[in-house]
Design a protein around this ligand. Structure first.
Ligand code: NAD
Length: 259
């Protein structure tokens, strides 16, 4: 049990990558809070993990809303008595060429990825500093390192998370807090399933070609990364024992991007 009785908040954990991280942390003895905009799905995921509600709870949280983030974080600390790990994972994708990108959509995407990361980090650090320990993990992307057409705000936001993680690593060190970024390649979650037909339309190619010639073209083996691959990396970062691993970004992408 690598996370025995450690308390984790995972944002966007009602679905996809975040949900698998919650399942994995719970498997390792962690107490998990599934914080998500979708309250019903968050509660359902928590019940799936622990029907008694003692080791997993759903928390209704829009990560762009300061009050909801602070209240949700306080609820987790009140329920479980501590906060050891934050996984800032909630995210969306919107694809369009820059010349057609609606300003409102640009702002919406940046708010979820960047304001959300800032607000959840601030709330978590206030508790972690009191405990003098903690691990903050950001869900970056290969798009934290690399660009793709049609994804201007996403690439911008994901690059930005690396900057935030480095500042948290520097400020947090004196308080026993580490911060790192996971950078997955394409994972077949609802976020990616939605993009396949959208990109096919924008690029004028088949959905099969979006998968083979766009999403997986640069991988070493033509394989999708899995939610399990990302969750095991999150577990590794969550329980790493020293400041040796802080301010870093780990790419998990079947070799799509090699640093
Ligand atoms: P997903 O769509 O399966 O899950 C995203 C979750 O975030 C949903 O449950 C949604 O309700 C929640 N969410 C959205 N807006 C929110 C908000 N304002 N407040 C709280 N919760 C909100 O997506 P996923 O693929 O699991 O993506 C999770 C993270 O992983 C995202 O940050 C994404 O950018 C990143 N990522 C995904 C991939 C991939 O290929 N799927 C690759 C690299 C990085």
């Amino acid at each position: 049990m690598r996370l025995q009785n450690k308390v984790a908040i995972i944002t966007g954990a009602a679905s996809g990558i975040g949900k698998q991280i919650a399942v994995t942390f719970a498997r390792e003895g962690g107490l998990v809070a599934i914080a998500d905009l979708n309250r019903d799905a968050a509660n359902a995921a928590a019940r799936e993990i622990d029907p008694t509600g003692k080791r997993a709870i759903g928390v209704s949280m829009d990560v762009t809303d300061e009050k909801q983030v602070d209240a949700g974080t306080a609820k987790v600390v009140e329920t479980f008595g501590a906060l050891d790990v934050l996984v800032s994972n909630a995210g969306i994708q919107i694809v369009a060429p820059i010349v057609e990108f609606e300003f409102a959509k640009w702002k919406q995407l940046l708010a979820i990825h960047l304001d959300g990361a800032f607000l959840t980090t601030r709330a978590a650090l206030r508790q972690m500093y009191k405990q003098r320990s903690g691990s903050v993990i950001y869900m970056g992307s290969v798009h934290s390192k690399e660009a793709s057409v049609l994804k201007a705000p996403y690439v911008t936001a994901k690059h930005g998370l690396i900057g935030l993680a480095k500042v948290v690593a520097k400020e947090g060190a004196a308080h026993g807090v580490r911060a790192n970024v996971i950078c997955p390649g394409f994972v077949r979650t609802p976020l990616v399933e939605k993009q396949i037909p959208e990109q096919a339309k924008e690029l004028g190619i088949s959905q099969e070609d979006v998968i083979k010639k766009v999403m997986l073209k640069e991988t070493v083996d033509g394989e999708f990364t899995t939610v399990e691959d990302v969750a095991e990396t999150a577990l590794f970062l969550a329980c790493f024992a020293s400041n040796a691993l802080t301010g870093q970004s780990i790419v998990v992408s079947h070799g799509w991007f090699m640093q």
